[in-house]
Design a protein around this ligand. Structure first.
Ligand code: MG
Length: 209
């Protein structure tokens, strides 16, 4: 069990994003184990906050994290929406998180361990063939986006590998339901068994085809 390096932890805490520290540490611990099964894939890089945690785990196992994002923000990040950040807008007025993402990854010395793919998740998935030790779904939170991410990536997880899902709220009072529906779908598939949780983070292990 490799603990999170202090400088990576500091960069994680300083980075913009939505992953609380206790959930992040649980994600890192799951990723350390999962990286022994193969590369890690994250859907939804945003500014790289959780990518750093996956990168540190990948580095410890001699593998990489592939992180997929169009870097134009989800519905809730657009101008006028609840999670819009005016500091993350390009000269044309479009949300653009790629530059900030690169700075965050570089600040922690994690560039050698990160493969950033700039495109929508489903588009990248059309070309993906390789087995994965972990998939972390933290992209768009609409029902269509979250379900598409599951359909695109979950079947690439090796037996013994990990499916992690962020922002899982059983009650609509606490948050949007799409990640919760993906979590329920994964369990109902018979391929995944719950292996851990931290607040809205769910860790599932692939136990069957
Ligand atoms: Mg999230």
């Amino acid at each position: 069990m490799s603990a999170l390096n202090a400088s990576v932890r500091a960069a994680f805490l300083a980075a913009p994003g939505f992953m609380p520290e206790h959930e992040g540490l649980a994600l890192h611990a799951a990723a350390v184990e999962a990286a022994t099964h193969g590369p890690l894939l994250e859907v939804g890089s945003w500014c790289g906050r959780s990518t750093l945690l996956l990168a540190a785990a990948a580095a410890a196992a001699g593998t990489h994290v592939i992180t997929v994002d169009h870097h134009r923000g989800s519905e809730e990040h657009q101008p006028g929406e609840a999670y819009h950040d005016p500091s993350l807008v390009d000269a044309d007025g479009h949300v653009d998180t790629l530059g900030t993402f690169r700075g965050v990854i570089a600040s922690a010395g994690m560039e050698p361990h990160v493969i950033a793919v700039v495109a929508p998740s489903a588009v990248v998935g059309q070309y993906w063939r390789g087995p994965l030790g972990m998939v972390f779904i933290d992209g768009g939170h609409s029902e269509t986006a979250a379900q598409t991410d599951y359909e695109t990536w979950a079947h690439h997880i090796v037996i013994g590998g990990t499916l992690a899902i962020h922002d899982v709220f059983a009650s609509p009072r606490d948050g949007g339901q799409a990640p919760f529906h993906v979590y329920e779908r994964a369990l109902a598939s018979g391929s995944f068994t719950e292996a851990g949780r931290a607040d809205s983070l769910r860790i599932l292990r692939r136990t069957a085809d």
